[in-house]
Ligand binder design. Structure first.
Ligand code: NAD
Ligand code: GLY
Length: 363
């Protein structure tokens, strides 16, 4: 088992990564201090992994809450149902909430943990590649509002994250590719050596090769942990984790949530962000082409949907939560793969060229 520390003072914790972690020993027990546990999952994940988790928790008083599956259920209504179940079953502040599932379960259960009786301990057991390399790490928890994604939430760190890479064997191919988008993102934003490794391993990653997966997950978690340790609440450097996301959110909003997976929109968004960086002379055409090729090899779209026009994309971007009073902000490459910075003064004419090229690519 590999451990990566997320260094946040008294809120520090380890990300434990290994193959067969859920079947080996009782690793989850180490982070559960009280006698009571409340597992949040969904039916799809529970069918595969709930028994292993319950085995880990043997001897404790454990309740299970299955929320409906899908981004459309990352809502206040689901949160209320979780809180209602916690209350009905008499859970108090010494209960630990365990989130077993992808980012939807993790974000929702995490926010339930942050808000139930002003905060109870929680543990993440992420089961999608995206949640193992991104959403379970760093303490962003949230549910969606009909007017915006992740608009109701809190920064609330877990006590531990347990990544069993074997869970990826049941993950659909499309979801695996969505996770690869965030892995590529981490290489582009902070570490060119890691990008090289992912480029070399991409075929094995798509084949779910165990050692390639562990290498990629470990590398990504290290990068994310380092960024979060420097800027837990996104007042500066953490915003770099949004590379490609300004474009991606506009694609998701334009298409309606649920049409494109988040990771798919991030794939196309990263190609556009790299293209914009090259147009502004911040990176070479070779770099932007390398990113596009890797996104394509990961099984992700390299262009936005034609259904969303350039004007619509511009309008959605203007409304994006990352927009500031000074105008739109982009995370752009600065000098080469592995170095990024936040840029605020992007000329609209160049942005328009990028969007037109990015949307035309799919014709
Ligand atoms: P998801 O949670 O919807 O999971 C994708 C699908 O895979 C679901 O149908 C799920 O039931 C299924 N599934 C999960 N594990 C499985 C397994 N091992 N085998 C078979 N099927 C499995 O999607 P996701 O991509 O994990 O997460 C997306 C969410 O994460 C979004 O809501 C996004 O906003 C959020 N997110 C949060 C952060 C953060 O920092 N908190 C970062 C990135 C994304
Ligand atoms: N996924 C972006 C962040 O955690 O900040």
């Amino acid at each position: 088992m590999e451990k990566i520390r997320v260094d946040l003072g008294e809120h520090s914790y380890d990300i434990c990564i290994g193959s067969g972690l859920l079947r080996a020993g009782k690793v989850l027990r180490e982070k559960i201090l009280g006698r009571r546990v409340f597992v949040v999952s969904n039916q799809v994940v529970a069918d595969h992994y709930l028994d292993s988790v319950l085995h880990q928790l043997e001897g404790l008083d454990t309740d299970v809450h299955l929320m409906p599956d899908g981004e459309q259920f990352k809502t206040l209504q689901t949160l209320e149902s979780i809180i209602g179940d916690l209350l009905a079953k008499g859970h108090n502040r010494s209960t630990t909430i365990v989130a077993l599932g992808g980012g939807v379960v993790g974000d929702t259960a995490g926010y339930a943990a942050a808000s139930y009786q002003r905060g109870v301990p929680f543990v993440q057991v992420p089961t999608t590649l995206l949640s193992q390399v991104d959403s379970s790490v760093g303490g962003k928890t949230a549910v969606n509002h009909e007017l915006g994604k992740n608009m109701i939430g809190a920064f609330y760190q877990p006590k531990g994250v347990y990544v069993d890479t074997d869970t990826l064997q049941t993950l659909p191919e499309r979801e695996l590719s969505a996770g690869l988008a965030e892995i590529i993102k981490h290489g582009v934003l902070a570490d060119s050596d890691y990008f090289d490794v992912v480029e070399k391993d991409i075929g094995q990653l798509r084949q779910k090769d165990e050692s390639a997966l562990i290498r990629a997950i470990k590398g990504s978690c290290k990068i994310k942990a380092a960024v979060v340790a420097q800027d837990e609440r996104e007042s500066g450097k953490r915003a770099l984790l949004n590379f490609g996301h300004t474009f991606a959110h506009a694609i998701e909003t334009g298409m309606g949530y649920g049409q494109w997976l988040h990771g798919e929109a991030v794939g196309a968004g990263m190609v556009m962000a790299a293209d914009l960086s090259a147009r502004l002379g911040r990176c070479s055409l070779d770099d932007s082409q390398r990113i596009k090729t890797l996104v394509e090899r990961a099984g992700l779209p390299t262009a936005g949907p034609l259904e969303v026009s350039t004007d619509a994309m511009l309008a959605f971007m203007a409304k994006d939560k990352k927009a500031t009073d000074e105008g739109l902000r982009f995370v752009l490459i600065e000098g080469g793969i592995g170095k990024t910075e936040i840029v605020q003064d992007v000329p609209v004419s160049v942005l328009r060229e990028t969007l037109e090229a990015g949307l035309r690519l799919c014709e």
